[in-house]
Design a protein around this ligand. Structure first.
Ligand code: ATP
Ligand code: MG
Length: 631
């Protein structure tokens, strides 16, 4: 039995040998001749000379042993739909989609923009692109026209695949008008648009441009479309970061490196076993959805659940009913979803048989200890925090229980994953901080492992400048997140480098203050921002969603909870970290991927324009803050 320590050491000391071994986890038409190519830093290339295909690895190679086993399970609590595709049926549907794409003129290297709800055709379209070597660019379904238009312009797709509508909380969101408007706004026009008609909203097809999925499928029935063997370093897809800190970046990914990285992470991190069922609650519009709804589980030969709906409809037990029904062995979600569940009764989850479940993986945002404890109590399985970015494609920090069982520490995502040379660096001097518990920027040294982004789509210069030149004279990748490493080698993420406030000369991470506030049992969610102050430079301002609105004030109408929260911060961090005010709201402004938009809250607090809000989930949350401040 290898220890994780030895496994990790080999990955960084002998990357060629290590990854040659991992490369065996996938099928190659031609095996690679060169593992790591770091000749042109910071552009690391993997598996040179190798030829493979993501769709082959996700679908075709399973036909022999598990053709009749479930591959894609679609559940919509919005429409009531529930259908299962075996690997054989998935193979058939993907070929059909690939035939349609080819019929519409799409070939290798062409871009296909996918703007779809969580329906099977979205997965068919992604895999069809991978099959024929087209580059997919999935945009979160329901994004506003302006954000969609900028992505159409950047990706310059030959084809757009979409649907008439999505649905959220029972409310139909018509996509077609948003799409038509976006195409109108974009300087680039696609040649064709392929529409799935769910019969939920009017379609109004543009003659000569728009095609109906079902009608076109009839014409291509039974066509055989073999997998196109691609160079390992060909492009598989592009996708945009969440845009939490500003303008989203178009992350570009390869074929072979990504396939190997996912196959390895399914084995070593996710403990995925062929024949099992994986349930990732994210959306195909995010990297988590690409890696752990679509490609990862399928490459591992698992069934994957594609879920359209909220975690709390018809009630907060719905996810756990699916775990019971489909014998889910591993689940992946986000802290923001757990915080939503936390407002409901734990009994709703406990009434289901969750004995198939081995672990719950959470990523996307800091996982505060109280939330981790709450869900851990409710489920009775390990809660595995994992830290990564759209850029990295798979976790940088977590626990690799598939290699060696290790205890998690609440509040820490874990230790560096194999292949990632993670370090903590002093923000200005660029010195590596080697002693435990020193706070610095989390950075990564070359070579980057398989699965990491190749570049920013069509902009190598922006890639280098954005990520690799934050410390003058040194080439290292910056995550733009603060972190520390404890004496046991566990890392803690302390927020983003732009989320630091300076109170009377003391530098404080907003994340640390948030962690302290969320330790109060009455707090469901919290956001802390630094607000300009003439006396102190900046002061901290806290916005809290209380667990029970009735707790906020006492009988005399005094802000009891505010006082208690301030006391908690005083005792845990010291008076200097105490927020100048704690304000109570019913919701916090977040991106569509569930990340707090601190930059927008801060702008509103300082009376500035919050800037680009096209990726915001619920604009009324920001409006509420505006009104609070005005009142
Ligand atoms: P943009 O880069 O466009 O501002 P973004 O950083 O929100 O958007 P993502 O790539 O979706 O886009 O998010 C990655 C970031 O999410 C990380 O850099 C980190 O700040 C945060 N994050 C992800 N997982 C964790 C985790 N487990 N713990 C703490 N923070 C996390
Ligand atoms: Mg980012």
């Amino acid at each position: 039995m290898t220890t994780y320590e030895a496994f990790y050491r080999q990955s960084v000391d002998q990357p060629d040998a290590f990854w040659a071994e991992q490369a065996k986890l996938i099928d190659w038409q031609t095996p690679p001749t060169r593992m790591c190519d770091n000749d042109h830093p910071p552009f690391t290339r993997w598996f040179g000379g190798g030829r493979t295909n993501l769709c082959h690895n996700a679908v075709d190679r399973h036909l022999k042993d598990r053709g009749q086993q479930p591959a894609l399970i679609h559940v919509s609590t919005e429409t009531g739909a529930e259908e299962t595709y075996t690997f054989a049926q998935l193979h058939e549907q993907v070929q059909l989609a690939a035939a349609m794409l080819r019929g519409l003129g799409v070939g290798k290297g062409d871009r296909v923009l996918i703007y779809m709800p969580m329906i099977p055709q979205a997965v068919f379209a992604m895999l069809a692109c991978a099959r024929i070597g087209a580059i997919h660019s999935v945009v979160f379904g329901g994004f506003a026209s302006v954000s969609l238009a900028s992505r159409i312009e950047d990706a310059a797709p030959r084809l757009i695949v979409s649907a008439d509508a999505g649905s959220r909380g029972g409310k139909v969101v018509a996509y077609k008008p948003l799409l038509d408007e976006a195409i109108y706004l974009s300087a680039h026009k696609p040649e064709a648009v392929l529409m799935v008609d769910r019969r939920m909203a009017p379609l109004d097809p543009a003659p000569g441009r728009d095609w109906d999925w079902d009608a076109l499928a009839l014409r291509h029935q039974g066509e055989v479309v073999p997998c196109e063997w691609l160079d390992s370093n060909d492009i598989s897809y592009t996708m945009y970061t969440s845009g939490t800190t500003g303008q989203p970046k178009g992350v570009q990914r390869d074929v072979g490196g990504y396939a190997v990285a996912l196959a390895a992470s399914m084995k070593h991190i996710m403990q995925g076993e062929a024949g099992g069922t994986y349930f990732c609650t994210s959306d195909i519009g995010w990297v988590v959805g690409h890696s752990y709804i679509v490609y990862g589980p399928l490459i591992a030969g698992m069934a994957t659940i594609l879920y359209e709906g909220l975690p709390i409809r018809p009630d907060a037990g719905v996810w756990w009913s699916l775990v019971e029904k489909f014998k889910v062995s591993a689940m992946f979600s986000a802290p923001t979803a757990v915080r939503v569940l936390k407002k409901h009764d734990q009994a709703l989850m406990k009434k289901y048989d969750l004995s198939s479940l081995k672990a719950l993986y959470l990523a996307g945002e800091p996982l505060d200890a109280p939330t981790a404890r709450w869900i851990s109590d409710a489920l009775g399985v390990p809660i595995i925090d994992n830290y990564w970015q759209t850029e990295t494609g798979w976790p940088i920090l977590t626990i690799a229980n598939g290699v060696e069982r290790k205890a998690s520490k609440f509040g820490s995502p874990g230790v560096p994953m194999y292949g990632w040379k993670v370090k903590i660096v002093h923000e200005t001097t660029g010195q590596e901080l080697t002693e435990p518990n020193q706070k610095g920027v989390v950075m990564i040294d070359l070579p980057t492992p398989p699965g990491f982004m190749q570049t920013i789509w069509r902009d190598d210069a922006r890639f280098v400048k954005t990520y690799w030149e934050s410390i003058p004279g040194k080439t290292a990748y910056s995550t733009f997140d603060w972190g520390i490493r404890d004496a046991d080698g566990y890392y803690y993420i302390l927020g983003r480098t732009d989320d630091v406030i300076n109170v009377a000369g003391h530098r404080l991470g907003t994340r640390e203050i948030e962690e302290s506030i969320s330790s109060h049992a009455g707090v469901a969610e919290v956001a802390v921002v630094g607000v300009a102050d003439t006396l102190k430079g900046q002061v901290a301002m806290a916005f809290v969603v209380p667990r029970h609105a009735a707790d906020v004030a006492d009988d005399a109408g005094q802000f009891k909870l505010e006082g208690e929260i301030m006391k908690a911060v005083d005792s845990q961090l010291g008076a200097v970290a105490r927020p100048s005010r704690v304000r109570f709201v019913t919701a916090l402004p977040k991106t569509r991927s569930g990340k707090l938009l601190r930059r927008a809250i801060q702008a509103v607090c300082e009376g500035r324009d919050p800037g680009d809000l096209t990726t915001i989930e619920d604009p009324t949350a920001l409006q509420q803050i505006k009104e609070l401040l005005a009142g």
